[in-house]
Write a protein that binds this ligand. Sequence first.
Ligand code: IPM
Ligand code: MG
Length: 371
Amino acid sequence: MTTRYTIAVLEGDGIGPEIMAAALKVLDACASDTVAFDLRVVPFGGQAYFDTGSVLPAETLDACDAADAILKGPIGLSYEDSQKIPVDAQPERAGLLPLRQRYRTFANFRPVYLPPELVHFSPLKERVVAGGIDIMMIRELVGGLYFGEKEEGIDAQGRRYVKETLEYDDDEIRQVMVVAFDEARKRGKLLHNVHKSNVLKSSVLWNSVCSEVHSEYPDVDLRHIIVDAAATALILNPRQFDVMVMENMFGDILSDLGGGLLGSLGLMPSASVGPEKALYEPSHGSAPDIAGQGIANPYSMIGSVALMLDKSFGMERTAHAIWEAMRQVFAAGYTTPDLGDPEEDLTPISTLAFADRVVEALDGLLAEEKS
Ligand code: IPM
Ligand code: MG
């Protein structure tokens, strides 16, 4: 019997279509007699706005509603192109955030991972990253400042003003804490809780809910760290971290710092998980400056496929084989132009050539598993 999964595919803008094409090659290699993937490619992002007048057309929402999982490329336009769209209709505000909200994808997993033999990609000194980097950042994704009430206008003195709200309730905090403690329990049993409770009252509540949930996970070592100090600690000694949990905006910023630790945002996939379904998306933007050249690194999009197979379809071993295949391609000396140290003897390959090599390695690994 064949299990069929339906996937809504949202290619997005800029390098989106290229890295998605690469990722779909890898996904295709994971199909078998027992598992099939039905893809529904639908418009999303800036391009969808120019074609249909909406960054998130009804057809796209229907496909996402009907799908078992959503695979989404990066969205966003160059500064000049985004000026052609009214602020409230732009891809990030009118497309991505509503999509996350619709499926209440509160837990965003952002692996910051570089195996020991690939540490030459990191800009940090060898002695700091020797042994590899392996952090799981968990970002609360549907609350806080990005979703709070907004107000703008002119005050009594005639000055323009804007007000944005940072709001969390204890249920919202608890649900992401449970995910973070579960993840810590599965991994190294160490959780860093990132906060700013010396200034923000939202962090005071965040921390107290964190401690309450901790009482159900006595086997997990919990450490509290202030967000600004966490930024420094990530650079000075990233290997001290295992799982980290943080609110939406802290996670947006620190996860990009994570990409910097690895040497490129192109190495940052993510899974945005909600109660019914999940959205799999690179953590980075659409890089319009290099779009269409076939030089984008598809690791983040292929890694998002691996996360989807693992988290939405229970295909943990296949997911593991994808990570391993990507490691093998890099370890064989290939690189994409965003990566690579000029002192290293690495061979740059295109987006699709990278995918082809991953598929080749993956075929070998999956065949080995069967035999
Ligand atoms: C991310 C991105 C998004 C965010 C943007 C595109 C709205 O930066 O996924 O980190 O801020 O969440
Ligand atoms: Mg971001």
